[in-house]
Design a binder for this molecule. Structure first.
Ligand SMILES: [Zn+2]
Length: 136
């Protein structure tokens, strides 16, 4: 065989070149050098999803005092995004966990407010029903 570096002929069973001393077992070297490169993941997963979940979770709580449907939307986004982030084992696990927790709290506040609204509306109807006969 011939040396890849200096071109000098060596015996087929030689491990190193007689002339330059470099390794002759280099036939597999191109394959070996190519293998580690694709082993690295093409794109590093980011914590963006977890952070988005946390932001939605934080927003869902004050939003409950402004608009229930917006709060509910934020809470659902927080839980869904947090869940996806955890399932994909992305970085920012603690952000995702807090996003889910805050989303759950926001959802709870929404449900509580919704029940209060319903009860107060029914209470108002009951009050009016009591008033109307007494007027007539
Ligand atoms: Zn050589």
């Amino acid at each position: 065989m011939f040396c890849r570096y200096c071109g000098k002929e060596n015996s087929d069973d030689a491990n190193f070149c007689n002339s330059c001393g470099k390794s002759l077992s280099g036939k597999s070297t191109p394959n070996n050098t190519q293998q580690p490169a694709p082993a690295r993941p093409a794109a590093e997963p980011t914590a963006n999803l977890a952070i988005a979940s946390l932001i939605f979770g934080i927003c869902s709580i004050p939003m409950a005092f402004l608009a229930l449907w917006l709060s509910l939307l934020c809470a659902i986004c927080a839980v869904v995004l947090g869940k996806i982030s955890l399932d994909q084992k992305r970085p920012g696990k603690e952000y995702a966990e807090w996003g889910i927790k805050l989303g759950a709290i926001g959802f709870g506040i929404c449900v509580a407010f919704f029940i209060i609204y319903i009860v107060s509306i029914f209470g108002l109807f009951a009050f009016m029903a009591d008033m109307i006969p007494s007027i007539s």
